[in-house]
Write a protein that binds this ligand. Structure first.
Ligand code: SF4
Length: 342
């Protein structure tokens, strides 16, 4: 049995969910062997499948991973996440080879706005400053003045002259959160949404909160339930001090320090894996247990192995687009607190 798993010529089926423990072990050894051979660092987003998270060199949110990619001394980055995240890593690491195990892994939120639509919106509001969430394509970032994450969106908008119009996109829930926090009336919000987070509804939230009245509540600001979480807290239906609007990175920080024993989590369910690892003594309950991102789940164990073996799929961003997009990301980093995001 042991001799079998040390061989490198075993063909693993694409049906990875039916792999035996020996096959899983063989896969893990092959991934690590090839990563060393190809001088590659493997990065995995918090929403990736648990097997992918567990084999990665680093797990985190999209921007933290892109910054790790830039700081890495490896020549190849294998980004296990969705396409705009791998593009952001490429934008910040133009000299490195960036691979994504499946280039078709898109994002329903990033797809709600393209560069032509953004240019048309800008033409309707000359002089406005464009703030875009990092969940956007490289072309949209290139048309953006300042990027933001869910952690620093409020801070980024506050850094803009209060008399200047702001175009904020593409996430309408994050935009509503920013408008509420800054009290600005001159902020226009693009009506995009992530279908996974939008499906975490106020009714899911109400039912879960009522079933766990003593739990803390972690809510990602892209969720459809964000407004109702704040509304419930405001009406005293749920204690404000136990309601936390957090990026994925912020959820992990809060999990590490919570004094509670139960936490309700309103975001994509892949996040639960890192939360359980960070605090095995705390019970984490998803507000919607069906909130799985189909794009994130396109990055499977066989595709990661193929990516390392065959160098697929390489992420390419043309130099001019990358340069303009990088400026928008770097302006955000200069404003501060760049951690977080999805
Ligand atoms: S969870 Fe939503 S925002 Fe995140 S990658 Fe999936 S579709 Fe995009």
């Amino acid at each position: 049995m042991t001799a079998t798993i040390n061989r490198t010529d075993i063909e693993l089926s694409d049906d990875w969910r039916s792999w035996t423990p020996d096959e899983q072990d063989h896969w893990a050894r092959e991934v690590r062997r090839l990563a060393a051979e190809k001088d590659a660092v493997i990065l995995a987003h918090n929403y990736q499948l648990p097997m992918i998270q567990d084999i990665a060199d680093h797990v985190g949110d999209s921007l933290a991973l892109s910054r790790l990619a830039a700081a890495s001394d490896r020549g190849t980055i294998v980004f296990c996440g969705v396409h705009f995240m791998a593009e952001t890593a490429k934008i910040l690491s133009p000299g490195k080879r960036v691979l994504i195990p499946d280039a078709a892994a898109g994002c329903s939120l990033a797809d709600t706005i393209n560069a032509d639509q953004l240019r048309a919106w800008k033409a309707e509001h000359p002089g406005a400053v464009v703030v875009s969430y990092v969940n956007t394509t490289a072309e949209v970032k290139a048309e953006t003045d300042i990027c933001c994450t869910s952690s620093n969106a409020v801070e980024v908008v506050r850094s803009i002259d209060p008399d200047t119009e702001v175009l904020f996109g593409p996430d309408q829930f994050l935009g509503a959160h920013v408008r509420r926090q800054t009290g600005r009336s001159n902020i226009h919000v693009w009506l995009g949404e992530c279908h996974v987070h939008a499906d975490i509804s106020p009714s899911d939230l109400m039912a879960t909160v009522r079933a766990h009245p003593d739990a803390e509540l972690f809510v990602h600001p892209e969720c459809g339930c964000t407004t109702s979480a704040l509304w419930m807290a405001g009406r005293g239906e749920f204690p404000r001090e136990r309601t936390h609007i957090l990026s994925t990175g912020g959820m992990l920080d809060a999990a590490r320090t919570t004094t509670g024993t139960a936490v309700l989590v309103a975001t994509e369910i892949g996040m639960l894996h890192q939360l359980h690892k960070a605090r095995p003594d705390v019970t984490f309950t998803p507000v919607n247990p069906k909130a799985a991102c189909p794009f994130m789940q396109m990055i499977t164990p066989p595709k990661l192995l193929r990516s390392l073996r065959e160098g697929t799929d390489e992420v390419v961003v043309d130099a001019d687009t990358a340069e303009r997009a990088r400026r928008a990301v770097e302006r955000m980093i200069a404003i501060g607190r760049p951690g977080g995001g999805e």
